[in-house]
Design a binder for this molecule. Structure first.
Ligand code: ASP
Ligand code: MG
Length: 426
């Protein structure tokens, strides 16, 4: 069981999480719970670091950030004791989460779960601090924002758990963000491939790496509300998805599963790029060295520019100045000029049903055209189409695509419902 930050935000909610954990134990399961830092704790810790240092040291940052999750675990263990059960809280390091040495975005290499297993054998409930581990150099590391999801999946994999339940403040994974599309549908089943594309294109429910890890290790994820008892969304293999309830409800499998979006894109365009081998390599090596993650890339060679190329690409909004800074030194040797557009967004449609189905891209472009939305860049995978558009057009694009592909349905939840905090049902 993994509880996100909003599910442990205050004393009441910690007690509620404790009760859910105990209930599960009393139903006969062995339980390991992974907790996130309470509410906005991680943001506050980052702000504290920035108050004392302009560029906080990454190792010390991890020492600091890892405390948020420890607080949640210790408090929850206390609440569980008061319910008459024994719980032991463990740091990531104590739980045997071994990572590489890349501070603030470490990758899990191995989970040595002996101590967790021993505690379970003694009938204890085990609480593991999410989002952290210990590096091969014996330093505390953290796993990147949203990393508690990955802790939970990794622990579930190491223990051979029957399911990894991700308890969150929404009832599951939706066909679009219900804050933008009030009649978005809660999805019962999603395949790993679809969830990967959705997490990568802006769906915030599950950290991308947790989905990768789950797919690689065959961990069944159940993403559900921590405030209600209803089943949420189960992430399964494509085969299970095909044979699942949803497929039976709609023998004609829908083309599209979800519309996702992001409003944190920036686009850089380089003009007058030398059109010869090595130019693109030099540009993207400079970006890689600066640690800038590049998303979409587009190159063309307009005939009007006498054989010089134009390259556009997108980066996360917060990486923009790092990216332009990294390109400055090669400005005259590799390209002539550089321009940046800060206020960009991205809208994507995802669905395994679009594989080998003609006309889906055409329909996306037609829908955006009818909304007078200009597409700056396009990228596709067999089960995804993404368009970079102006940030202030994103909401409109999401609504139009959701309706054009008829994604609302029987599981529709009214606008406010997933976001108010319903009373405890159990
Ligand atoms: N507390 C961390 C964050 O806010 C990790 C997590 O919640 O998953 O990103
Ligand atoms: Mg999260």
């Amino acid at each position: 069981m993994k509880f996100g930050g909003t599910s442990v935000a205050d004393a009441q909610r910690i007690k509620r999480a404790a009760r859910r954990i105990v209930e599960k134990r009393e139903q006969g399961s062995s339980v390991v719970a992974v907790l996130s830092a309470r509410g906005k704790t991680t943001d506050e810790l980052i702000a504290m670091a920035e108050e004392v240092s302009e560029q906080p040291d990454a190792r010390e940052m991890d020492m600091l950030l890892s405390t948020g999750e420890r607080i949640s675990c210790a408090l929850c263990a206390m609440a569980i004791h008061d319910l008459g059960h024994y719980a032991i809280s463990l740091t990531g390091s104590q739980a045997g989460i071994v990572t590489d040495t890349s501070h603030t975005k470490a990758r899990i290499l191995q989970v040595r779960a002996d101590r967790v297993r021993a505690a379970l054998e003694q009938d204890h409930i085990v609480l593991v601090a999410g989002f952290q581990g210990v590096s091969t150099a014996d330093d505390v590391t953290t796993l990147g924002r949203g990393g508690s999801d990955t802790t939970a999946v990794a622990v579930a994999a190491a223990l051979g758990a029957s399911e990894c339940e991700i308890y969150t403040d929404v009832p599951g994974v939706f066909s679009a963000d219900p804050r933008i599309v009030p009649n978005a549908r809660k999805l019962d089943l999603v395949s790993f491939e679809e969830m990967l594309e959705m997490s990568a294109s802006g769906a915030g429910v599950l950290q991308l790496r947790s989905v990768e890890y789950a797919r690689n290790h065959g961990v069944r994820i159940h993403c559900r509300s921590s405030f209600e008892d209803w089943p949420g969304t189960i992430v399964v293999t494509e085969e299970e998805r095909e044979g699942g309830a949803e497929a039976m409800d709609h023998p004609e499998r829908p083309l599209i599963t979800a519309v996702t979006h992001s409003t944190s894109e920036a686009m850089i365009t380089l003009v007058g790029v030398r059109h010869e081998p090595g130019a693109a390599a030099t540009i993207f090596e400079a970006l890689a060295q600066a640690g800038v993650d590049v998303d979409m890339i587009d190159q063309n060679v307009p005939t009007s520019t006498g054989g010089k190329a134009e390259i556009s690409f997108t980066v996360a909004h917060e990486d923009l100045s790092r990216a332009t800074g990294a390109l400055q030194p090669i400005a005259s040797s590799v390209f002539e000029s550089m321009s940046a557009q800060r206020e960009m967004g991205k809208v994507s449609i995802v669905g395994a049903g679009m594989r080998s189905h003609p006309g889906v891209a055409a329909k996306v472009f037609r829908v955006l055209t009818d909304e007078q939305i200009n597409i700056e860049m396009i990228s596709t995978s067999p089960i995804k189409i993404s368009c970079v558009i102006a940030r202030d057009r994103v909401e409109r694009a999401v609504r139009a695509l959701h309706s054009a592909f008829e994604l609302s349905g029987p599981n529709t939840v009214a606008a406010e419902e997933p976001f108010k905090t319903p009373p405890l049902t159990t």
